[in-house]
Structure formats: structure tokens, C-alpha cells
Design a protein around this ligand. Structure first.
Ligand SMILES: Cc1cc2nc3c(=O)[nH]c(=O)nc-3n(C[C@H](O)[C@H](O)[C@H](O)COP(=O)(O)OP(=O)(O)OC[C@H]3O[C@@H](n4cnc5c(N)ncnc54)[C@H](O)[C@@H]3O)c2cc1C
Length: 410
């Protein structure tokens, strides 16, 4: 029984490890290196408080403005808009109040489980040291900004996620580099971060190999299937015989699901980071400033600044103006942050219009499974996804109702 896991990002690598641990013969296939996709340069946050669906009416109202400002927190490149319209139509449809309540609950179920799945994974692989102890501070300059984020805090209260309101001075006691312009902060103690997400995926890939898992380099060209899946075809290589295939190719998963006759509304929400090797400051917590749409995370390789969303498809060249604006915004919170020795990066968040991932058996081809569309929370959800997919694929009963995450929900 061979299972081919397509995509060695954090989602695919964690699933491959989980299946190997459960005794399967597993081939992990990627066109590039392990962890080289979105999982390479994300903001490293185990962001359990960030399950609020993106498709809120307050966000939908801003869509027209997104096309006009190339430096805004969300940007749609005008030339890409026609291609995006069907996805946007679904996004707007997911903003109905009853639908939002349902999507919040579906995200919260996963976020509640995150540490139940992540901590055992890190312990058994000897990677506990990759997770920091400190949480994340959400910043507000004043009461008006805090009120604008009230919707988020109310959802956390409804689902009972720990958080603590602080004054500006209390926040500066925790993070002395914060500017005096911060009047209010909220501490999310559970939003710990990874020291280096790329290193974590590579280490999990190594643990998978130590258990006897096989990594193959190759791009998927197609699939052989009749009454069930039988092989994965590789560009310029021999096909890999497969009893099961798990599609975890991040933002590219939609291309593969189409090859399998099962299209899904997956888009890329492109995001940028700036990794500052000599920032001139040190920090313990990650910080996020909702009104200014940036995040700063202390990582093993320096301070990482990132955030924002750009809708421009998989192929358009990066627009690094967006990283530069984000750094300038971060410097309003961290006035001593220097940006001299740095690198810039762009990655593709795999995003469904209703925010919730797909973790599902195919509705069309026996032996095919999907685990994708984790959007802004792929690092957060990876261990939980592996646990749930492990159950689904091996025929065990998952500990949560998997119906909300089915591929045929669209
Ligand atoms: C700027 C930014 C900040 C983020 N911050 C956070 C955060 O703080 N916390 C959080 O939880 N999440 C965050 N995310 C989201 C997170 O990074 C993603 O959800 C997650 O990395 C997706 O993982 P994945 O394994 O699904 O995809 P990827 O990591 O993209 O992996 C997909 C893999 O599939 C391979 N592949 C694609 N097509 C093929 C093919 N045809 N054949 C073979 N292989 C193929 C690719 O080479 C790639 O290695 C952020 C993302 C970005 C861009």
C-alpha cells in the first residue's frame, strides 16, 4: 500500500510523517525542496486566535478601495480582477451573518485542538525547542482603534480563547522597544511562535526519512485513474504507482484537483516578509497592529516583518514596494528598528473564499484525498491537519466532525 503525498510544505510533510508513523509506505513528492513554498517564509505564528473568517461585511465594503491603492493592506491588481470575480462572488456569499457564525465555529474547533496535536508532535520528534514560550501582543494606539477591532475580541470571548487587555505601559514592560504611541494592547498568550518555520519543516522531513519515508523530487504532470487512483505522473520522469494520493500542494492544489476532474475555488493570497538580520533591537513577543496591518516576529535569523494580502495570481512578479511599506509601518511601533541588513520574500497563502481549509477524501476518485486551503493558518493548523488526515486516510474515526472541511462543500 503506497501513499503519495504531493507537496512537501508544512502540511504535506507533517501528513507524510504521520502516515509513516502509522505504518504506511509513503512517498513525499515535491517539485522543489522540502519547505520551500509558503511554509518557508511565513510569520511563524501559532495564531490560534486568528480563525475569524475574512469574509466579514466590514471587509467586503473595502473591496473597491483595494484596487486603487498599491500600498494598501489588501491589494487586488486590477488586471487580475476579472479572473478573481467568481472567487469574490463566493467570498461575498460567505459574509451572510448566519454563514459567518458557522465559519467561526468551524475555525474555532480546529484552533481549540492546535496544542493537543502540536505539542505531542514536537515532543516525539525532539523539536520542542522550535516553539517559543511568549505569546503575541495586539497593538492599538487608542480606544477608537481598539473599538474597531472589537468584533475580533468578541469572537474570542464567545469561544473562550484566553486574552488579556493591557495598558500601553504594561505592554512596554513586556516589550520595552514598543513606542509610546501604543495606548492599549491585548496579550494572546497562546499565540506562541516558531523560531524558524523552514527549519521545522526540514526537521520534520528528516524525521520522516528516519522512519523510512521516501522523498522524491518531481513536478506532477497528471494522474492515472479508472475506478480509483493508480499512479502519479511526473514531468520528465517515471510515474509513481500509488494506492492513495494526498494533494497538499498549497496554492497550487487547485491546478492538481482540476487534473483530477474536481476543480475547487482556491486562490493565492500573496504575502510578503522582510527578514532583518541586524535589526538593532531584540524582542520576545510577536506583535501585530490590526489598524496598520503588519506583524513582527522575532525569529532565529533576526526580526521578521510581514503581513498584507495581494491578489495577483500565481505567476505575477513580486511587488516589493509592499514589504517596504510594511517595514515603515512596523517602525511606527518599534522606533529603534533598523532595516539595513535584510532580505525580502513573497509567498502564496492557499485560500478558499470561506476561509476554512479542505481536509477531505475526494468526492470523485477513491484513493484521493485533499489537505489544503489553510490560508493564513497553515503553520497553526498543520499538526491538527496531520492528525485528522491520518485518521481519515487510515479509516480511524477523527475526533472532530469532518463534514465542514469536505471538498464538495462548494
Ligand atoms: C507572508 C505570510 C505570512 C504567514 N504567516 C503565517 C503565520 O504566522 N501562521 C500561520 O499559521 N500561517 C501563516 N501563513 C500561512 C502559511 O504559511 C501557509 O498556510 C502554509 O505554509 C501552507 O502550507 P502548505 O504546505 O499547504 O503549502 P506550501 O508550503 O506552499 O507547500 C506546497 C508545496 O507543494 C509543492 N508543489 C506545488 N505544485 C506542485 C506540483 N505540481 N508537483 C509537485 N509539487 C508541487 C510546492 O513546491 C510546495 O513545496 C503565512 C503565509 C504568508 C505568505
Amino acid at each position: 500500500m503506497t501513499t503519495v503525498v504531493v507537496g512537501a510544505g508544512i502540511v504535506g510533510t507533517t501528513i507524510a510523517y504521520e502516515l509513516k508513523k502509522r505504518g504506511r509506505r509513503v512517498v513525499l513528492l515535491d517539485k522543489g525542496e522540502v519547505g520551500g513554498g509558503a511554509s518557508y517564509g511565513n510569520m511563524a505564528s501559532i495564531a490560534v486566535t486568528e480563525f475569524m473568517p475574512a469574509s466579514r461585511p466590514s471587509i467586503c465594503k473595502q473591496i473597491p478601495g483595494w484596487m486603487l491603492d498599491p500600498e494598501g493592506p489588501v491589494r487586488v491588481r486590477p488586471g487580475y480582477m476579472p479572473k478573481l470575480l467568481p472567487w469574490f462572488a463566493r467570498f461575498v456569499a460567505a459574509s451572510r451573518p448566519s454563514k459567518l457564525r458557522q465559519l467561526e465555529a468551524e475555525g474555532a474547533v480546529l484552533c481549540k485542538r492546535v496544542y493537543d496535536d502540536l505539542l505531542p508532535l514536537l515532543r516525539e520528534t525532539g523539536l520542542e525547542g522550535e516553539l517559543t514560550e511568549e505569546g503575541c501582543l495586539s497593538l492599538y494606539s487608542n480606544e477608537a482603534e481598539f473599538s474597531a477591532d472589537r468584533e475580533h475580541i468578541e469572537i474570542l470571548e464567545r469561544f473562550d480563547f484566553p486574552h488579556r487587555r493591557l495598558t500601553g505601559s504594561e505592554a512596554r514592560e513586556l516589550e520595552p522597544e514598543l513606542s509610546d504611541s501604543i495606548g492599549i494592547a491585548v496579550l494572546f498568550p497562546q499565540n506562541r511562535s516558531l523560531r524558524d518555520p523552514f527549519r521545522l519543516v526540514q526537521s520534520l522531513g528528516q524525521r520522516f526519512a528516519e522512519l523510512g519515508g521516501e522523498f522524491r523530487r518531481g513536478a506532477v504532470a497528471g494522474f492515472d485513474r479508472s475506478d480509483r487512483i493508480s499512479a502519479v505522473r511526473i514531468v520528465g520522469g517515471d510515474p509513481i504507482a500509488a494506492d492513495e494520493v494526498v494533494i497538499c500542494a498549497g496554492a497550487h492544489s487547485g491546478i492538481l484537483s482540476k487534473m483530477l476532474g474536481e476543480p475547487m475555488p482556491l486562490e493565492t493570497e500573496r504575502g510578503y516578509h522582510t527578514q532583518i538580520m541586524s535589526p538593532g533591537i531584540s524582542m520576545r513577543h510577536s506583535v501585530i497592529w490590526p489598524a496598520r496591518a503588519f506583524m513582527v516576529t522575532p525569529t532565529a535569523g533576526g526580526i521578521r516583518v510581514g503581513g498584507t494580502v495581494e491578489m495577483a495570481g500565481l505567476d505575477a512578479a513580486p511587488d516589493y514596494r509592499r514589504s517596504k511599506v510594511t517595514v515603515r509601518r512596523a517602525q511606527t511601533a518599534l522606533p529603534n528598528l533598523r532595516c539595513e541588513d535584510f532580505s525580502e520574500w513573497m509567498g502564496h497563502r492557499p485560500a478558499f473564499p470561506d476561509t476554512v481549509p479542505v481536509m477531505s477524501a475526494s468526492a470523485k476518485t477513491p484513493g484521493v484525498f485533499y489537505a489544503t486551503g489553510h490560508g493564513h493558518l497553515g503553520v497553526t493548523y498543520a499538526a491538527t491537519t496531520a492528525r485528522l488526515m491520518g485518521d481519515l486516510i487510515t479509516g480511524a474515526t477523527p475526533p472532530v466532525d469532518m463534514r465542514p472541511y469536505r471538498i464538495d462543500r462548494f
